[in-house]
Design a protein around this ligand. Structure first.
Ligand code: ASP
Length: 341
């Protein structure tokens, strides 16, 4: 009798576990950048503002999904919220180049059709994620850069702003600090190449990209990323975000992926497409594949993180920095938001 009871208990818990695993179907995952984000450096007000912004962004995308709209609509709506919020290094809060400009990058990809669009080095588009989508849907190209991309966005009727719109004190101060630290480092390393690529350790103020992956009711995935790049970058530098396969990738058969971190490492490791390939050709799960790709970045000296979501609603949000602004929402609307490790 006792044995039977035990067996029943075991079967019941196994079933309960399975049900709870099944219930954890995520429909959206977002990030607001990775870096040296430590609780001891964060004021309660600032922490609350980040949590509120991430929650607002998740709700905006979730509303689209609930209304039966596409995952592309959800990604665009979510990223608009983050681009319009100066806390994030995208849109309004974009970081500065070495010569004091804001040059923005963004990409979006449709997991159903494998269509993709991106813009790089744009300076007047209020919401670069919409320009990326316009490149995908209204041009025969995949990537458009600089003045041409700005012109295209204007022609398709997107909101154009004066470049001054992107000026914020926090980012301006970040640039001054970066210039100071980088030149000190360059002197210490006698101006060697190492100082430019590997010597700069405390560069959290350089990150803060935003990204989103969504899964709609029709079962289609979409992924998008938007960024001001890295503080103190050289004129014309393009990061990983608008490079399809590096910082952004999406395929219904595998996963949608959006990366954040030291872009040069993500480009050289083709991180997002590698994750998709590991899933497609090796049969790895989204979490296993993401861990392998991020470990590779770390081994080479790069830091950052990523978010990935597969068509079954399994998600992962790994990072090798102290923190990453991140969040996810389940099919039944439960929000999870975190910042630290
Ligand atoms: N990955 C971005 C870049 O290198 C920066 C970031 O994620 O914050 O442009």
């Amino acid at each position: 009798m006792k044995r039977l009871k035990l067996l029943a208990l075991f079967l019941f818990s196994a079933l309960a576990l399975q049900v709870s695993a099944q219930q954890k179907k995520y429909v959206m995952v977002i990030h607001g950048g990775a870096g040296t984000i430590l609780k001891k450096n964060m004021s309660p007000e600032k922490e609350a503002a980040y949590i509120a912004a991430l929650t607002k962004a998740l709700n905006a995308g979730y509303a689209e999904i609930k209304a039966g709209k596409s995952s592309l609509d959800a990604v665009e709506a979510t990223i608009h919220v983050l681009e319009n919020d100066p806390h994030f290094n995208a849109g309004k809060g974009a970081v500065f180049t070495h010569d004091g400009r804001n040059e923005l990058d963004a990409a979006i990809m449709d997991g159903k059709t494998l269509m993709a669009g991106s813009v790089a080095g744009v300076t007047t588009i209020k919401n670069p994620i919409s320009a990326a989508r316009a490149v995908m849907e209204k041009s025969e190209h995949v990537i458009m850069v600089g003045a041409g991309a700005d012109q295209f966005a204007k022609e398709v009727g997107l909101k154009i702003v004066d470049p001054k719109y992107f000026w914020t004190k926090e980012r301006w101060d970040g640039l001054k600090q970066a210039i100071k630290e980088d030149s000190t480092k360059a002197v210490l390393d006698h101006g060697s190449k190492k100082s430019e690529l590997f010597g700069i350790k405390n560069h959290d103020y350089k990150f803060g990209t935003v990204g989103c992956v969504a899964l709609d009711q029709a079962g289609n995935l979409a992924a998008g990323t938007s960024t001001g790049g890295m503080t103190n970058k050289k004129y014309g530098r393009v990061g990983d975000a608008p490079i399809i396969g590096a910082g952004t990738y999406c395929n219904n058969e595998t996963a949608g992926i959006s990366c954040t971190g030291w872009g040069e490492f993500y480009i050289r490791n083709v991180v997002a497409k590698t994750i998709s390939d590991l899933m497609e050709y090796k049969g790895l799960s989204v979490a296993e594949a993401s861990k392998i790709a991020l470990d590779k970045v770390g081994k080479m000296g790069g830091d950052g993180g990523l978010i990935a979501l597969d068509k079954k609603g399994n998600m992962t949000m790994p990072f090798n920095t102290e923190g990453m602004y991140r969040g996810a929402i389940t099919a039944d609307g439960k929000i999870e938001v975190s910042i630290y490790k």
